[in-house]
Design a protein around this ligand. Structure first.
Ligand code: AMP
Ligand code: MG
Length: 493
């Protein structure tokens, strides 16, 4: 393996995953690049990791480009499998991502630091092991937006230009993303061992996942069942949050479904403009498998694949194991619905609970769908309407005019009248549940195009705006004009 040379800052890395048996990973160093240059650095996240002065440290840029390895790094590529659009691939693995090590953050949480686009590994399957500037900056932007909105997500510590072109449809500038995650364990990690009938591998991974993410479950009578239950609960909460902010992940394959419950892999993701449960952006999702409204079903499907891997650990009696695992999977839709409804109540300004609330929320979505209303702007418009300051016709936050919408508004007002909360307090709470600024596809696209040709200013302003999602910043709130609409997104891999 080629060894980088420059000195890197000493980071307090730990290596619990690298300490697992050899078949869990490949030891492989990043491949150096020609001319590293900062594209973006996340000071807030560096502070959270206890690395406040990292950006200024000599060798930091070289380290995050993969040109310098800290003395105590144990770089590895992780092994995993996965179902891609329903088709099982027994070996995927980190084909272009290299884990440098784990850091304990200022909250005492263990976090992975991984370089994505750091060169080939034995899992590259013919790929170049690299990443292009567009997808790297997209992941930086969208993951920061998600974090600011309170959605669990992997984070971006830095984006570094490599100085080397990568070949996609055409040559584009290469970049490396330094990604921070609660861990990189995926449903596909379990599938990798289960598919090889490596029962010991599944057991080691299960123990590891419990110790790392759910230590309280270690004492349960059936830890593997408890793990399945806990992962299902986190996925239910996560996907509900995606639905609340109009996020379409786009590639919910089992290898992109994190055990931690963080959003991972910002390939062809996008946010809704107009509300449409059938909305698909990804160019590779031809059947609409991962359409906006199918995301809870896709998560359930992924959890069923995790359950299959864990069956032998759940009960030595196969039928009993299946019954117990099925009970968890079958409970998922209700768990998802509970999280979804709780969030929709916050979005609608309801502090109490009534039986009709779910129907009220659904009726709003139907009224929005009927007139192709903008998902984000309608909810933000409701914040004004909630304190009787409804925006005037033609204003950005004016609510749609349609018989269906008018009828719904009356129904909502009647419901609000049965609540004790003051209109002012309600509207303030709603403004913390309904983002004003999301990374609109057309703005993301424009920022990435500019960045590709060397102008980072639009990226930086958009990043600043999405980091304050509750703050009304009209330049970043407009729905796209017809000529600005982004119809398709691409993984860019
Ligand atoms: P993704 O679509 O990003 O979830 O990646 C699916 C699989 O393809 C993973 O095993 C990746 O490591 C691998 N992969 C994606 N892009 C590349 C690339 N440019 N070079 C090598 N492997 C890649
Ligand atoms: Mg992936």
């Amino acid at each position: 393996m080629s060894q980088p040379t420059t000195a890197a800052p000493a980071l307090p890395f730990e290596h619990t995953y690298a300490g697992l048996p050899a078949r869990f990973h490949q030891r492989v160093a990043p491949t150096p690049v020609s001319a590293p240059r900062w594209l973006a650095f996340n000071d807030a996240l560096a502070g959270e990791l206890g690395l406040g002065s990292l950006r200024e440290s000599p060798g930091a840029l070289a380290m995050l480009a993969g040109n310098a390895l800290p003395d105590n790094a144990q770089p590895i590529a992780m092994a995993y499998a996965g179902h891609q659009f329903g088709h099982f691939v027994p070996q995927l693995g980190d084909g272009r991502a290299i884990l440098l090590g784990e850091l304990i953050d200022t909250h005492g949480q263990r976090r992975d630091l991984q370089l994505k686009g750091a060169g080939p590994t034995r899992f590259s399957r013919g790929g170049d092991g690299r990443a292009a500037i567009g997808p790297v900056l997209r992941e930086f932007l969208v993951s920061e937006a998600m974090h600011a909105m309170g959605v669990p997500t992997t984070r971006a510590l830095a984006a570094v230009a490599t100085g080397d072109p990568v070949m996609r449809e055409r040559p584009v500038p290469g970049a490396v993303l330094a990604r921070v995650a609660a861990s990189h364990l995926r449903v596909g990690s379990f599938q990798y061992f289960a598919a090889q009938e490596d029962a010991d591998g599944v057991r080691v991974l299960t123990d590891y996942a419990i110790a790392r993410h759910f230590p309280a479950l270690a004492g349960e009578a059936k830890p593997a069942l408890a793990l399945l239950q806990a992962v299902a609960e986190r996925q239910a909460a996560l996907v509900a949050q995606w639905m609340h902010v109009g996020f379409v992940h786009g590639v919910m394959n089992t290898d992109n479904c994190a055990i931690s419950g963080e959003t991972i892999d910002y390939g062809p993701c996008a946010f809704l403009d107009e509300y449409d449960p059938g909305k698909v952006f990804s160019s590779i999702d031809r059947g609409g498998r991962y359409a906006f409204g199918n995301q809870a079903a896709a998560a359930r499907w992924n959890l069923a694949r995790l359950a299959e891997c864990l069956l032998p650990l759940i009960d030595s009696e196969p039928e009993a194991a299946l019954a117990q695992a099925s009970a968890v999977i079958n409970a998922f839709p209700d768990r998802f619905r509970a999280h979804w409804l709780a969030g929709m109540r916050r979005k609608l300004g309801l502090s109490g609970e009534e039986d009709g609330d779910e129907a009220l929320a659904q009726a709003l979505l139907e009224a929005m769908h009927a007139v192709a209303a903008d998902y984000t702007l309608v909810f933000r418009g409701l914040c004004l309407a909630a304190e009787d300051r409804e925006a005037a016709t033609g204003d950005l936050l004016a609510l749609p005019k349609s018989p269906g919408f008018d009828a719904w508004r009356q129904r909502w007002r009647d419901r609000l009248a049965r609540e004790a909360q003051s209109p002012r307090a309600r509207a303030d709470a709603m403004r913390q549940a309904n983002p004003a600024v999301i990374p609109r596809n057309h703005q993301v696209e424009a920022a990435l195009v500019a960045a590709e040709s060397g102008d980072l200013a639009p990226f930086e302003s958009l990043l600043a705006a999405v980091r304050q999602p509750w703050h009304e910043h009209p330049d970043y709130m407009q729905a796209p004009r017809p000529d600005q609409r982004v119809a398709r997104t691409f993984c860019g891999t």
